[in-house]
Ligand binder design. Structure first.
Ligand code: LLP
Length: 422
């Protein structure tokens, strides 16, 4: 069940009408449902219950402290890609010992910070990164736990900008180089070779490519074991998609069920029954349907070829349509107006690429509210201040209560860090 539903013709987030939220907090605003967030996390937690497994939420999808806090309380770990994200985890009360650090370009300072906080594991993506981490850890008198991000060369069949597991992508160590890279890692004195990981892409509706990637990782674990390199964990990455209104993904429970079944069979047959911890890095499937972007219609403009519905949200608030030509569902907050027109829904930014939805049949007037649905993932985290537009307010709904979890930025704040030359 969705926690965004129409009641008496007005869209609600849980028990609160979005019209009331617009009145209290203004527009544009991201509105999140706490219940939806907890339900999404529980789908992973329940499917992994009783197993040695850790769900490390990929916080790049949405890193608001309130969201991190709620997930941390459910036992979530975090997948981070910067020192800044680690500081957010700590600020939200998350446990750094449940943090894994992904990304191709970790700086010395970021490695140091992560080692100071004794994070669970570095997901290393290249030999130079292994050497840098070994040096940094050595200089601190520590050992860094590492996993190698292996590129299994599996086609995730998703948008090219969000496919990451192919040979042509910048990510990971090529499958054919993995053994040699592990051998290098095993010789470095300040590294503790702990695991293997991959992440093949995002918004996957089918789990077949993920299971194919799993088979490749398992094959490598066996090869490494034969060389005396024994791994303690297997991290399958994130990537499970969500329903943007144009197709539903395989349910989380089914995917995890199939994955654990394969792992169990392999452990029994080839791994001598030895345990292996399983790590997941889901982002979108935890927060995507947790949020909507609430926006107000400013003007309607009827052009020669197109009709435009100009709203107060723009590509700086939600970049996915402009960046990936992503199809995002737009709906009126108040239903039931007669006589729709086909509009492009666009923002006020001075770019033709500033559109949120194209060719949508909408019955709207200036002043009406619209929502972009399923906007909780890669919305606010990708927002910018382009055109000196402050980032929008974020509101979390919990039953009949609303909480402002990030206030709207003021224009003054946007240039407060700048100075004139003397
Ligand atoms: N782990 C790693 C190493 C990743 O790079 C990502 C996402 C994830 C986990 C989480 O993937 P998810 O479960 O969310 O699919 N901005 C794009 C998506 C970029 C994904 C980048 N990596 C979008 O809006 O579609």
């Amino acid at each position: 069940m969705s926690h965004f539903e129409y009641k008496d013709g007005v869209l609600h987030a849980e028990g609160v009408a979005l019209t009331a939220i617009a009145e209290e907090f203004g527009t544009p605003a991201y509105v999140y449902s706490k219940a939806q967030l907890l339900e999404n996390f529980a789908a992973y937690a329940n499917a992994a219950a009783g197993r040695d497994a850790l769900v490390c939420y990929a916080m790049k999808a949405n890193s608001n402290l309130a969201i991190l806090d709620l997930l941390a309380r459910q036992g979530a770990g975090f997948d981070i890609v910067s020192g800044g994200e680690l500081l957010r985890v700590i600020a939200a009360g998350g446990d750094p010992k449940k943090v894994i650090f992904s990304g191709v370009g970790k700086s010395v300072e970021e490695m140091r910070l992560a080692l100071e906080h004794d994070i669970l594991c570095f997901n290393v993506e290249s030999i130079p990164e292994l050497h840098r981490l070994n040096e940094v850890a050595g200089s601190m008198g520590r050992k860094a736990r590492v996993s190698l991000r292996v590129n299994p060369n599996v086609d995730a069949k998703t948008h090219p900008y969000i496919a990451t597991g192919l040979k042509a992508n910048k990510f990971g160590v090529a499958f054919s180089d993995a053994l040699e890279t592990y051998r290098v890692a095993a010789t470095l004195p300040h590294l503790d070779v702990a695991g293997i990981d991959c992440h093949i892409g995002s918004q996957l509706l089918d789990d077949a490519p993920l299971l194919e990637a799993l088979d490749k990782l398992i094959e490598l674990i066996d090869t490494l074991g034969a060389e005396g390199i024994h791994l303690h964990h297997l991290d399958i990455g994130g990537g499970l998609g969500i329903d943007y209104g144009d197709g539903a993904p395989v349910p989380v429970g089914e995917y995890l069920g199939r994955l654990f079944k394969r792992i169990d069979a392999w452990r029994a047959e080839k791994h001598g029954g030895k345990p292996i911890k399983v790590i997941f890095e889901p982002g979108r499937s935890i927060v995507g349907n947790t949020g909507v972007l609430l926006t107000k219609v400013e003007f309607l403009k009827h052009g020669e070829e197109k009709n435009f519905c100009i709203v107060d949200a723009a590509m700086n608030d939600m970049a996915r349509p402009a960046l990936y030509q992503a199809w995002m569902d737009m709906q009126p907050v108040v239903q039931g107006k007669p006589g729709g027109t086909v509009f492009d829904v666009v923002g006020p930014i001075c770019e033709s690429g500033d559109w949120l939805a194209r060719d949508r049949d909408l019955a709207v007037e200036p002043g009406d509210l619209l929502v972009m649905k399923t906007a909780g993932a890669y919305g606010m985290t990708m927002a910018s201040n382009y055109n000196t537009r402050g980032r929008v307010a974020e509101v979390m709904v919990d039953g009949s209560k609303t909480h402002l979890v990030r206030r709207r930025e003021t224009p003054q704040e946007l240039f407060a860090l700048e100075s004139l030359i003397k």
